[in-house]
Write a protein that binds this ligand. Sequence first.
Ligand SMILES: Cc1cc2nc3c(=O)[nH]c(=O)nc-3n(C[C@H](O)[C@H](O)[C@H](O)COP(=O)(O)OP(=O)(O)OC[C@H]3O[C@@H](n4cnc5c(N)ncnc54)[C@H](O)[C@@H]3O)c2cc1C
Length: 521
Amino acid sequence: MKILKTLKKIIIIWINFTKSIKNANQYRSRDYIEYKPNSVPIAYDVDVLVVGAGVSGLAAAISSGRSGVKTLLIEKQSIVGGLVTGGWVTPFSMQMMLENGELITRGLVEELFDRISDMGGTVENWRDWKIPKLQIDPEIFKYVVIDMLKNAGVKVILNTPLLDVIQQNKFISEVIIHNKAGFQAIRAKQFIDCSGEADLARLCGVPCTLNADVDPTLIKVVNQALKNKGWVKGTEKTASLQFVIGNVNFDKTHDFIIENPDHYASTKRGNLIEDVELFSYLWKKQGFFYLPHETSFKELIKSEVTKGDMSFEIGKYKLIEESGLGMDGLRSSKSVVVNANRIMLNPFNEEDVSNAMNDGQEVCFEIWKFLQNTIPGFENSSITAVASYMGIRRGAQIIGDHVYTAEERMECLQYKDSIGMASRKTEKPYEVPFSLMLPIGVDNLLVASGKTVSTDDFLPYRTKPTCMILGQAAGAASALCIKDLKNLNPRDLDIRDLQKSLIKDGVYLGDADRLKELNLL
Ligand SMILES: Cc1cc2nc3c(=O)[nH]c(=O)nc-3n(C[C@H](O)[C@H](O)[C@H](O)COP(=O)(O)OP(=O)(O)OC[C@H]3O[C@@H](n4cnc5c(N)ncnc54)[C@H](O)[C@@H]3O)c2cc1C
């Protein structure tokens, strides 16, 4: 009987599998057509072109614009902010402070938080080491960054994807875009790729580390380039669809957790213990509702699944149990951003991403239903938004002049070409090197998204404050090349000129002793 049942199950799975292949294939064609675009108008002629308006691109464009060079920012979506706004990945990991209260990540990100805080878009005292992640209001974030872009004189063109590149040897001369006005070219002297997927670098033929199912031929290039330095760790090719739950009675949820502390999944971030005590401190003293990205309410979840009232899996998605249940809310908004699902997908296959977006709607409602039925405080809540931009943690990473390894970072936290500092709540901060952004084979391109820089250990660089460190330095370096040194290759810059310019703009590169070591004093 058992064998028959298993056989029946296997046959059903097989039939569904062949059906899905047949369905997918009936829309595809193997034919090719000849396609020759005509000459296209050069719509813009600028000094610096930034591609992608996430936090990296915003920092790059503001920094370049403030340096007084003609800066254009293009973005394929209809809003600025990238993952922060379209992706509802609103929390900024607070790797900016040391335990003694010293703020080590400064510059544009500090200015941004001060301005958001002044408008009530986050807490007043954001310089608190005990804050694991700073939750911000994305509309106030948008308001502030748009104002910063305007004041920096940056021209922003939305709904405009980058399509192609025109190169003369190692120099990019123009890129091709397409929007409602048709195909157009943009001419620039310096280019900054903040697409988060290294789109411009890949078009230029820069070798990248990619998922094995994307382009197996590139893997060879990558392996050669990395040689003995080890293969990129495969743990972060995942995505999560974020969503927002409104009208939550946080006080009620807080009291429920305090009365049932076993429901809270504690964790550690460097020296910071994220336990119930911290949870209560953040809520009472700071006005944050924070669940770490672990699985709180484990027993309640199990019981709902056993009753058949909740699924652990929907399609390719894993829900809560395996993905964790991260929550970040602000008292003022009565709403919480939820990070509670996980899917493996191919970031370079839009069919895969589209399926994940569509299947994700049901997933988000399933998670919300669990919270509404089980957790005090969520009874009268509702879903107020599901992200319109998939939260893909990583796509392609460039192979740069130097590939930074995890081992190297652990041993050597200081770099001659440091452009900023961060700390993962540990005593010793680490520096962010400029050369992370220099792709091999192209002379006037910097790749500034923390997700795509040249390292086998992208975790320390992908968080938002670090993305802004990279973006600010890329903008300043591009402007220096144009203003002072006439179209020079950024890798030929005297690094001290860049460092001095960053310090002038509020970036912190260390105490007096460190500045002396860097020959900056
Ligand atoms: C699920 C998830 C949870 C995370 N949690 C945290 C956290 O708790 N704390 C933290 O600090 N960080 C977190 N991160 C990481 C962080 O949010 C991202 O690494 C960071 O926001 C990346 O910013 P970016 O500007 O480099 O890229 P993005 O925000 O992805 O911006 C890239 C922009 O480029 C545009 N673009 C792409 N291709 C093109 C093209 N061809 N032409 C024109 N425009 C293009 C995109 O539309 C987008 O706006 C998380 C990330 C994910 C996915």
